[in-house]
Design a protein around this ligand. Structure first.
Ligand code: SF4
Length: 396
């Protein structure tokens, strides 16, 4: 379990948590900032962030996830997806403070992979991830009991997406499983199935059903009937023992609230609107959207496909809007037309909680010797989560 400051506050009603107020230390939604934030209208915010970062020098290393706002990204020492950023932080042992401009599970991963002398800071502790929040430690433990009662647990290898809490990563490590990213999900599944006799193995894929299904069906040739969805809100996951015994992929009923918004209608509409457009989507999108797309890839892959695209090509991209907007601007003068796949705005609302006032607040506090928003994973959770992460690093 992660500890986040302050821990002595009482849980608040859901409505307040959704607004980022109050506290639920057991939830990815985190807690509210205890300090005074600078006003968003302060015209000196950029200068203040720059000055605080200069005061800190090499003692601070700022990580910026691809989905962060431009106003924050401009202060990132490095940008990337969550796993790349965690590894970048581990490669900078001289940095006493790692300021993670991303969401809660990412900061936890950075804490797991960095040394004990490094402190990981999340500028807004309310920046959680709705997908990671869809699988709690208790729910997953209950699921394992269900699998045990159905007599299949000894055939099941858990594979958990990087976008999961430290608790879920630790569960995965304890039960002989591995973590995966959207880039290596196929290799992780092949490794997991390879641990059992041919045809006998099963995977419990957490917490994103879409990445699990898309990888199994699109990339590995399984059928949709090989997959079942475990619903943690129903007794027994809403599945019979027979269904669990017949399944190869047991998909946790979780999804990304951003990528889950894209629909087949979005794909049809953009194809009608922009003749010749190529549709490029993230594998967290639903199976029907992925099946209708021309290209599917992780965030890093989306960027490299667009880098290699010829001048004059047209693209509709289905991933977070901050990134798509940045890519559209970056490639506009190369004659590449890049549009957002959906007509409606589709930011990750929790990622967007990290704004310039929060970054200034975190950096100035650190420069004044006060560590705020620290994310700390306890030693036992870290041990087992690291085991699962190391299995991923050792994947063939
Ligand atoms: S984009 Fe989706 S998976 Fe990523 S942090 Fe936001 S809700 Fe979580």
């Amino acid at each position: 379990m992660t500890t986040a400051q302050p821990l002595d506050v009482q849980p608040t009603p859901l409505a307040l948590l959704l607004l980022g107020r109050g506290s639920d230390p057991r939830s990815e939604r985190g807690v509210e900032c205890p300090g005074d934030l600078p006003a968003p209208s302060d015209p000196d915010l950029v200068a203040r962030a720059r000055a605080a970062k200069e005061r800190l020098g090499d003692r601070v290393f700022v990580l910026g996830h691809h989905y962060q706002r431009d106003e924050v990204i401009q202060f990132a020492d490095v940008t990337g997806d969550s796993f790349k950023l965690a590894r970048d932080a581990a490669a900078r042992p001289e940095a006493e403070y790692i300021v993670f401009c991303g969401v809660h599970f990412m900061a936890e991963s950075a804490d797991i992979l960095t040394s004990d002398s490094q402190q990981v800071v999340l500028p807004d502790l309310a920046a959680g991830c709705s997908m990671a929040d869809m699988a709690s430690a208790e729910q997953v433990a209950e699921c394992w009991d269900v699998l045990t009662e159905a007599g299949v647990a000894d055939q099941v290898v858990p594979v958990s997406y990087m976008n999961s809490s430290a608790d879920i990563k630790a569960f995965t490590g304890r039960h002989g499983g591995t973590i995966c990213t959207s880039s290596n999900a196929q290799r992780a599944l092949e490794w997991a199935f390879g641990r059992s006799a041919p045809g006998a193995g099963k995977v419990l894929f957490l917490p994103d059903q879409h990445l699990g299904r898309n990888t199994a069906v699109r990339d590995m040739g399984m059928s949709l009937d090989d997959c079942v969805v475990y619903n943690p809100h129903k007794p027994g996951g809403g599945l019979t023992a027979e269904q669990l015994r017949a399944a190869r992929m047991i998909l946790w009923r979780g999804h990304c609230s951003v990528h889950g918004r894209f629909s087949l209608d979005s794909v049809d509409e953009v194809r009608a609107r922009i003749p010749g457009v190529q549709v490029l989507v993230h594998p967290e999108c639903t199976h029907e959207v992925v099946a209708a797309a021309d290209h599917v890839g992780s965030t890093e892959r989306i960027i490299s496909i667009l880098e290699d695209a010829p001048a004059g090509s047209k693209w509709a991209v289905g991933t977070e809007l901050n990134l798509v907007r940045r890519l559209a601007n970056r490639f506009a003068d190369q004659g590449k037309e890049i549009v957002f796949l959906d007509r409606t705005v589709c930011f990750c609302s929790t990622m967007n909680r990290i704004d310039l006032p929060h970054l200034v607040w975190a950096l100035e506090s650190l420069a004044d010797g006060k560590v705020v928003g620290r994310i700390r994973v306890d030693a036992e959770t870290e041990h087992f989560a690291k085991l699962a992460l190391e299995r991923m690093l050792a994947l063939p």
